[in-house]
Design a protein around this ligand. Structure first.
Ligand SMILES: [Zn+2]
Length: 50
């Protein structure tokens, strides 16, 4: 039985590293920490408030 999978942080879609923070720098640009890959805002930011 899964152990609260919704509580786990997302994985980076590029490198698979666990994402601990998302920095949105524009309407179509965002960077995840700590790996630093660029992603589309909203892709991982469930519940993120600008
Ligand atoms: Zn990455």
């Amino acid at each position: 039985m899964p152990d609260h999978p919704e509580d786990q942080p997302p994985d980076c879609p590029h490198c698979g590293h666990t994402v601990t923070a998302i920095s949105v720098v524009g309407p179509t640009e965002a960077y995840v920490s700590p790996c630093g890959c660029e992603i589309a805002p909203g892709l991982l930011a469930t519940g993120f408030e600008p």
